[in-house]
Design a protein around this ligand. Structure first.
Ligand code: TRP
Ligand code: SF4
Length: 344
């Protein structure tokens, strides 16, 4: 009790990821690294959205549980700390499903059909049938994930911004219909837009699992070096004797994120004068990457799958206690309590 009283002045943050497999550098730079920093400033809830994975993978759910464990290991390896944050699994907190069902009652269909990712994903993932109730309801489930912790802030990338905006509208509509003693139950959360630096994958496009161009947080050093060797470079630099421009090269973008100013200077000078070769330049980029990956990989190798499972089950019990607090208010606001009408 005293602990929660202590913490109650800190703003609450919630975010999560679908368990799509081992996380890559893009996930780290665009989300995880930011979450790790937030742990000391906010009361944090970070979770794995396994039910959300089912909205697209319902026909073959076999990878969701193993992917959940990989993501949990990556969360812990990146520095999410169960002593600071509540780390949990969506499907272990049944209250999320109850709130999603209740929010669904008042959410107009048109709002869901208008979400940009709805049509987009249906068009992109043509190998599966996404004309389902569950897939249309994705944003309602996400609203439930957020509102059930009465979160103040939701740190997400731009791709998720529309979902958080919709969450605010869902909350507003709920609050208009239902109140407890005139008080609103579901505060509207704010987006905390994660600045996402330009992180190219090995083919020069944005690093993304769907492009198959990723460097995983758990890739061993030889794999990282091999992937960098195949990475595209400034297209103007065809021969070793051609000068290049690090500002037009995806490897140059990696240097900007991971290399020291001294290395950067050598890269600019050597590339523009054709004084260095791309192979050498890439090996320096790999050095910079490994400086970030080494501590992450060291932590990962110190955690067993069993420990990761225990941490997520334990965190889920804590999350459920907090979620139930909100649900008591929600059920009250929606007048679900039974009281005798004839006085007995
Ligand atoms: N939709 C998010 C994604 O695809 C995952 C997610 C589910 C989420 N529920 C959330 C993110 C709640 C933030 C808050 O990445
Ligand atoms: Fe890119 Fe480096 Fe080659 Fe220049 S030397 S083109 S920055 S890989």
């Amino acid at each position: 009790m005293s602990e929660s009283a202590n913490r109650s002045h800190r703003a609450r943050v919630l975010s999560g990821m679908r368990p799509t497999g081992k996380l890559h550098l893009g996930n780290y730079m665009g989300a995880l690294a930011n979450w790790v920093k937030m742990q000391d400033q906010y009361e944090c809830y970070f979770f794995i959205a396994d039910w959300h994975a089912l909205t697209t993978d319902y026909a073959d759910p076999s990878q969701i549980a193993p992917n959940t464990i990989e993501v949990m290991l990556d969360y812990l390896a990146a520095g999410l700390d169960p002593a600071k944050s509540v780390l949990f699994l969506q499907s272990r907190v049944l209250q999320h499903a109850e709130l999603a069902l209740l929010l669904g009652m008042s959410t107009p269909l048109g709002w869901l059909e208008r979400v940009p990712s709805y049509k987009e994903m249906q068009e992109n993932l043509t190998n599966r049938d996404l004309t389902t109730y569950g897939f249309l309801g994705y944003p309602v489930l996400m609203a439930s994930d957020i509102l059930i912790y009465q979160a103040d802030f939701v740190p997400v990338g731009q791709d998720q911004q529309a979902h958080v905006e919709l969450t605010r509208e869902v909350a507003r509509r709920f609050n208009q219909f239902y109140k407890v003693d005139g008080r609103e139950v579901l505060p509207e959360p704010k987006v905390l837009l994660t600045p996402s630096p330009k992180l190219p994958g090995t083919d020069g496009r944005k690093m993304s699992k769907s492009y198959g161009n990723t460097i995983l947080l758990s890739d061993p050093e030889p794999v990282v070096r091999q992937k960098l060797k195949t990475m595209v470079t400034d297209p103007a630099r065809i021969r070793r004797s051609d000068p290049g421009d690090p500002d037009k090269c995806p490897v140059g973008d990696l240097h900007k994120l991971f290399s020291t100013p001294e290395t950067m200077a050598k890269v600019y000078e050597g590339c523009r004068s054709a004084g260095i070769g791309c192979i050498e330049c890439k090996s320096w980029a790999a050095d910079g990457l490994m400086k970030v990956l080494e501590p992450i990989q060291a932590r990962r190798s110190g955690i067993s799958e069993g420990q990761a499972i225990e941490i997520v089950e334990d965190g889920s019990r804590k999350a459920a206690v907090r979620a139930e607090q909100t649900m008591v208010e929600v059920r009250d606001a929606m007048q679900m309590a039974l009281t005798t009408v004839r006085g007995a």
